[in-house]
Design a binder for this molecule. Structure first.
Ligand SMILES: O=C(O)CCC(=O)C(=O)O
Ligand SMILES: [Fe+2]
Length: 368
């Protein structure tokens, strides 16, 4: 079954509806899953009842494209770890983060460092990934010591640890090159990243109603409203929204619009200077407007989880609806970003060793 979100012709919907109803019954009756083909087994296992219901009730015109969840405000806004004074978040800042779903910008790197790094990032962006074997902006930290040294710098990890806890893993990174006059990245949100292939979640948090994953987004160029800095819908991390197939909006290759209240008063436009970073919950609705300038806007991000969250578990590959291509996971692994991985729940890459094994490895450290 092709799960790509799109408006389907009526005849297809008429055929798919009873199949969905049958799968829903199969799930409700707890019939054996092992006899199902792989794709159907994933759907029965990972789709919530509400995911089936929205599709069926709407005649396959609306859907949840990621696992639904609701964020419960935590009882305390105390930081989860103690860090050096320069990186400390106040309880007021943490409360604001819990209410808004994003926080920053914070200073991390100098303008000169970012200007110098820009060339390296741009050069790598168009080369074949050593992890996946094709050109992709994903997970270049596994082959770029300098990218990893930025991502793992205490200016970033100390801030994230106060929100997520002391022991942290990076499970994914991405370079975001927004070319001159590039279109908007539409408002979107993700919970467990089932949105990637609609079959299996990427991450398996013990409790989906907590914040179990944060995104760190670092600006290499100044990001402004004109060249497409990030925008957030304040407080929208409280629940996942449904999407409506079709319409004018799109998200990379997919064509749908997220159903949420577009009240302009809730939309925060957040300029970020080169070398600064933001932290946000990926389920906080966010996007970036078109780049209306003649220059690119470069940034990189990473997705961070606590060590009690498994990633991909036994998955061999996934097919990204958004970034194209089949991502074989044999060279992929989580990397320890901070603290210790006591749980060892996912395939892990020893990043120091991986970097040392690179052809023409040049270990590189940030200046203290
Ligand atoms: O850089 C952008 O414009 C989008 C970034 C984004 O969606 C993300 O980091 O999750
Ligand atoms: Fe995003």
């Amino acid at each position: 079954m092709n799960l790509h979100p799109k408006v389907r012709p009526l005849w297809q919907r008429v055929l798919i509806l009873p199949a969905l109803a049958a799968l829903l019954c199969y799930k409700a009756l707890r019939l054996p899953r092992s006899i199902l083909p792989r794709a159907l087994r994933s759907i029965v296992t990972h789709w919530d009842y509400s995911m089936f219901w929205v599709l069926i009730r709407s005649g396959i015109t609306r859907a949840y494209i990621d696992q639904p969840c609701e964020f419960k405000l935590p009882p305390s806004h105390e930081p989860k770890v103690l860090v050096e004074p320069d990186h400390q978040l106040s309880t007021g800042q943490i409360k604001q983060f819990c209410e808004d779903g994003f926080i920053g910008p914070f200073d991390a790197f100098s303008r000169t460092e970012m200007a110098d790094f820009r060339q390296e990032l741009l050069a790598v962006e168009s080369t074949t990934s050593q992890t996946y074997g094709f050109v992709t902006p994903r997970d270049r930290h596994l082959e770029m010591p300098r990218l990893w040294s930025y991502l793992s710098s205490p200016a970033i990890t100390d801030r994230v640890a106060q929100l997520l806890g002391p022991d942290l893993l990076c499970w994914r990174s991405q370079i975001f090159y927004k070319g001159p006059h590039a279109p908007a990245i539409q408002f979107h949100q993700a919970s467990t990243f089932m949105v990637e292939d609609y079959l299996d979640p990427a991450i398996f948090p013990p409790n989906r109603d907590e914040i179990f994953q944060l995104t760190v987004w670092v600006a290499v160029d100044d990001a402004t409203p004109e060249n497409g800095c990030l925008q957030f819908v304040r407080g929208s991390h409280e629940r996942m929204c449904t999407i409506k197939f079709g319409g004018e909006d799109g998200f990379y290759n997919a064509n749908f619009s997220l159903e949420f209240d577009r009240d302009p008063d809730r939309i925060a436009t957040v300029p970020v200077q080169a070398g600064q970073f933001l932290i946000f919950a990926e389920r906080c609705i966010h996007g970036s407007p078109p780049n209306s300038t003649d220059r690119h806007r470069l940034a990189f991000n990473m997705r961070v989880i606590p060590t009690n969250v498994p990633v991909y578990t036994d998955k061999e590959k996934y097919r990204s609806v958004y970034n194209g291509g089949k991502y074989y996971l044999n060279n992929w692994g989580v990397t320890v970003l901070r603290g210790e991985d006591r749980y060892q729940l996912s395939r892990t890459v020893d990043i120091e060793r991986r970097h040392a094994e690179l052809p023409c490895a040049q270990p590189r450290r940030l200046a203290a």
